[in-house]
Design a protein around this ligand. Structure first.
Ligand code: GLU
Length: 465
């Protein structure tokens, strides 16, 4: 059997991290089993679906490198097929026409609630003679659901879950206006897309029983289901805006790397021993659905930030430089020319050691794109006493004749410190302030080398006046 999974988001809001994790699990499961990963946009709710939300889903998946193996399928394009299957069920006796009006259904509901019964359709058209059909009322089509026995789902995560068929009423599959209901459309699409495994959030578990009944009515083999527990906030409550970033693209804006977010989401609810840092290739090799836990997981931003720092240090310098330049692009206080880009690239090994997010990284690189005189932060300007300025002038003289490679610069600074009877820190600190406008930066020799002789001397001169 070819393994085929799908991610089936409704384009009614943002692509949140719960959805991203569902997509990731479907992707990894398919790749692990040499199968295919598909995308279906569930846009049957025309009122609430927006093109913007579709774009956000596609952009988010592309950013996470979870590109589907086939072009996305739009559920709304398949309404004719959904109706066709409903009529097949009607013809085979597995469905029937229901002429109950909205008013009648409301009364039925109110009566059931008043009697302390769950509000369910009472099946009044199930066995009624179609000749009784009232004139001028368009019927809905309802599933003739089994009334005895139980429906069992052997869930790959939750184990065997069952519900008595008496608990479920005859659901509508095709509304009186001819549009399919959501549960029906999902089944028809999953069947036609030859989906072998449905991996989704456990908020859909109750839908599964009804969906299985549709498979049975059509004589179709249902896929295997795996319902993954939801992601909660650190406080255990349902994840919401209150907990910080929840949209995938917000994580991008906040400076997280897609591989770090994927690594984090993978570890959230799935484990492989103590392994924390897991690359995409390793994840494909190791992932299987049986190691997904049953407990809801909690979002831990501190842990994600830590992982991000680890991935950042491993990331390619050219890629990070491009990201930094993009993030600083609109800063009017900087000059982002090729010279600045080359400086940022040169210092990237040192910069990325100190940053936990791309936002921090960009901020820490900004000084390289400044034009002297540099703005000084409070600590830096406190360092620049008259004595320090005198020291800076001496350092400038010493550096004027030095080769601007990190090794030679280090040696020159040490020699100057020794000659002047100063500690290296007394030399490096005012120098760092002059070169960067702050008191934190990568090693002073690497910083000098990245700036180059002319720029370094210009900055020292501006700061020591
Ligand atoms: N469209 C549903 C959602 O966005 C998913 C349905 C499914 O995976 O079957 O929650």
């Amino acid at each position: 059997m070819t393994i085929r999974t799908r991610f089936a988001p409704s384009p009614t809001g943002l692509l949140h991290i719960g959805g991203a994790r569902t997509a990731l699990f479907n992707f990894l499961f398919a790749r692990h089993h040499c199968g295919q990963f598909l995308l279906r946009i569930e846009d049957t709710d025309r009122e609430r679906s927006t093109q913007h939300a579709v774009d956000v889903i596609l952009e988010g998946l592309a950013w996470l490198d979870l590109t589907p193996d086939e072009p996305p399928l739009f559920q709304s394009s398949r309404a004719v097929r959904h109706a066709e299957v409903a009529y097949q069920m009607l013809a085979s006796g597995h469905a029937y026409r229901c002429y109950s009006t909205p008013d009648e259904l409301r009364q039925m509901r109110e009566q059931a609630i008043a009697d302390g019964r769950p509000p369910r359709y009472d099946g009044r058209w199930r066995d009624r003679d179609p000749a009784d059909a009232p004139a001028g009322v368009a019927p809905a089509i309802r599933l003739r659901a089994p009334r005895d026995g139980e429906t069992v789902v052997d869930d790959l995560v939750q184990g065997a879950v069952r519900v008595a068929n008496a608990e479920m009423d005859d659901m509508i599959i095709l509304r009186s206006d001819g549009t399919p209901t959501y549960l029906h459309a999902v089944v028809v699409d999953d069947h036609d897309m030859e989906i072998s495994h449905v991996i989704r959030g456990d908020d859909h578990l109750t839908n599964t029983f009804r969906q299985v009944q549709i498979y049975q009515a059509m004589g179709w083999a249902p896929p295997r289901f795996g319902h993954v527990p939801l992601i909660h906030g650190a406080d255990g409550a349902k994840l919401s805006k209150r907990h910080g970033a929840v949209s995938v693209l917000e994580f991008e804006a906040q400076g997280f790397l897609p591989e770090a977010l994927c690594n984090y989401l993978l570890r959230l609810g799935w484990g492989h021993g103590d392994a924390e840092i897991i690359s995409r290739d390793e994840a494909i090799r190791l992932f299987d659905i049986d190691a997904v836990g049953r407990a809801a997981s909690r979002m831990d931003y501190a842990k994600l930030t830590h992982l991000n720092g680890v991935w950042l240090r491993q990331a390619d310098d050219t890629r990070l430089t491009a990201d930094v330049l993009r993030r600083l692009r609109d800063r009017t206080d900087l000059v982002l020319d090729d010279v600045a880009a080359a400086r940022i690239l040169a210092l990237m090994p040192g910069l990325k050691e100190r940053a936990k997010t791309l936002v921090e990284l960009a901020e820490s690189a900004a000084f390289l794109a400044r034009v002297p005189p540099l703005p000084m932060d409070q600590k830096a300007s406190a360092l620049l006493t008259d004595e320090a300025k005198a020291t800076l002038r001496e350092i400038a003289a010493a550096l004027a004749a030095t080769d601007f490679s990190a090794g030679a610069l280090d040696a020159a600074l040490r020699a100057y410190a020794e000659h002047a009877g100063k500690k290296l820190g007394q030399v490096a600190q005012p120098l760092r302030a002059a070169l960067t406008g702050s008191t934190v930066s990568p090693g002073i020799d690497a910083t000098l080398a990245a700036l180059g002789r002319d720029e370094a001397l210009a900055r020292i001169s501006a700061a020591s006046r």
